[in-house]
Design a protein around this ligand. Structure first.
Ligand code: ARG
Length: 470
């Protein structure tokens, strides 16, 4: 018997498979990750075949027992993976036949690897995605808890990376809390897309048996059944949707990390990471580097690349299954691992960093962070038109820069030369750093009252997410 004869699909082949075919064709080196879902799908399939009278109850019991044994063997690392057996589906099927002979060979009735593999991946996204979703919610919790403790910390807010206005640190933290809420919703949507039954589509046209897809749907705990067998085996939209969500999250993750890297640098210095989350340099003894944040920023590129990979792979494919699709798993698996570790890394940093209010204060002073408040004082209290107020405060800042002073230590004589209103307690209050935040009274703003309101709304949203079970 030639080697290809030994393949599970080898009936029509005379020649031995070439080594390049085996090397390029194998996917067991990565799709072994699908073993649990493959077995889950096979058990559902066996039960359905039994319900429609294709397998006897006794055969089904033997299959289930053997599948449970194979699950254990794989988990204990006892099943040897062989490239010549191509993929996880073939490994499990051939082990099944080794264990229970003819009955094992019956399992693939009314099934193709084309509907099998897409089902496995959908189940995999559901299983892993639920964990990721939970980690996103936990990360939101971490941001919320830190925000609750940071209401009294006043930080410089930046635009163009230049000091803009004073903000409460809670305001900053909750800004990421809400970005993560949108990621959570996208992940949830992606999981919904994966909760669809593809099994029963066969190779692409449906199968010659009265397959009961409703039984399969229930067995697998899915919410819907694909309406078209060709669509079922073609579509990788569930992967795309998961990756869209993953990319949005990684972009947020990367930006959070960029903030951490900047804010913990000597130049900004407004937050300090714990030693346990930073590294030293092999040559420069003083260094304390934010490697976790840099790595996550780097990893974001990988997930964006993975989405691109699947998009480009799909764009020119003819209907329906094409072997190109085998590559989808590499992008998916790598993204899942990357998203998972990034969630963990950011959470550790958020929980661990401490604010450095003294540095924040000196940045605020040196950056004239309350210049806008002073202009608003001229407008609101002194009835000066805003454009004129802007001009006067701009001039004042110019003089400060020239004299190497801040709004707080420029002499009153100098200030009066620019405006008669730049005097006394009114002026002090107008430029005060500690009063500035509480002047931001609009909904969503950084005043204490609005922060307390936002914290309440955030908690409601968080608890709703925590209580929601998929
Ligand atoms: N390993 C394959 C994949 O991941 C399984 C499907 C194979 N189907 C086929 N017609 N050769 O896509």
């Amino acid at each position: 018997m030639t080697q290809n004869k030994k393949k599970l699909w080898g009936g029509r082949f005379q020649e031995k498979a070439s080594s390049v075919l085996e090397k390029i064709g194998e996917s067991i080196s990565f799709d072994h990750k699908l073993y649990k879902e493959d077995i889950q799908g096979s058990i559902a399939h066996a039960r359905m075949l039994t319900a429609i009278g294709i397998l006897s109850g006794e055969e089904c019991a033997r299959l289930e027992k053997a599948l449970a044994q194979i699950l254990g063997e794989i988990e204990e690392g006892k099943l040897e993976f062989k490239p010549e057996l191509e993929d996880i589906h073939m490994h499990i099927e051939s082990r099944l036949t080794e264990l229970i002979g003819e009955t094992g060979k019956k399992l693939h009735t009314a099934r193709s690897r084309n509907d099998q593999v897409t089902q496995d991946v959908r189940l995999f996204i559901l299983n892993q995605g639920k964990e990721i979703l939970e980690s996103v919610v936990s990360l939101r919790r971490a941001f919320y808890e830190k925000a609750k403790r940071s209401v009294d910390v006043i930080l410089p807010g930046y635009t163009h990376l230049q000091v803009a206005q004073p903000i409460r640190a809670s305001q900053y933290l909750l800004s990421w809390f809400w970005a993560l809420e949108r990621d959570q919703e996208l992940f949830r949507f992606a999981l919904g897309a994966s909760a669809e039954l593809a099994l029963g589509a066969g190779a692409m046209a449906g199968v010659n048996y009265p397959t009961d897809r409703e039984i399969l749907r229930k067995e697998l705990g899915l919410s819907k059944i694909s309406h078209n067998s060709m669509d079922a085996v073609s579509s990788r939209d569930h992967i795309l949707q998961f990756l869209f969500a993953g990319v949005q999250f990684m972009i947020h993750a990367s930006r959070i990390c960029e903030d951490i890297i900047l804010y913990s640098s000597q130049e900004f210095g407004i937050l300090r990471l714990p030693d346990s989350l930073t590294t030293g340099s092999s040559i420069m003894p003083q260094k304390k580097n934010p490697d976790i944040a840099e790595l996550i920023r780097g990893k974001a590129g990988r997930v964006i690349g993975n989405l691109n990979h699947v998009l480009v792979m799909l764009k020119g494919l003819p209907s329906t299954y094409n072997r190109d699709l085998q590559e989808d798993k590499l992008a998916l698996f790598d993204s899942i691992e990357t998203i998972r570790i990034s969630l963990e890394g950011i959470r550790a940093m958020v929980e661990g960093w401490v604010w450095v209010p003294e540095r924040a204060e000196s940045s605020l002073k040196n950056g004239f962070a309350t210049a806008t408040d002073l202009a608003d004082f001229l407008v609101g209290v002194k009835n000066v038109p805003f454009r004129t107020a802007h001009e006067l405060v701009g001039t004042l800042v110019g003089v400060c820069v020239e004299q190497k002073k801040t709004l707080f230590d420029l002499s009153e004589t100098e200030r009066k030369k620019i405006s008669e209103f730049f005097v006394g307690q009114e002026y002090e209050d107008a430029v005060s750093l500690s009063l500035s935040a509480d002047k931001k009274i609009s909904y969503g703003g950084t005043s204490r009252k609005r922060q307390e309101e936002q914290l309440k709304i955030a908690l409601e949203s968080l608890e709703e997410a925590e209580n929601l079970r998929l």
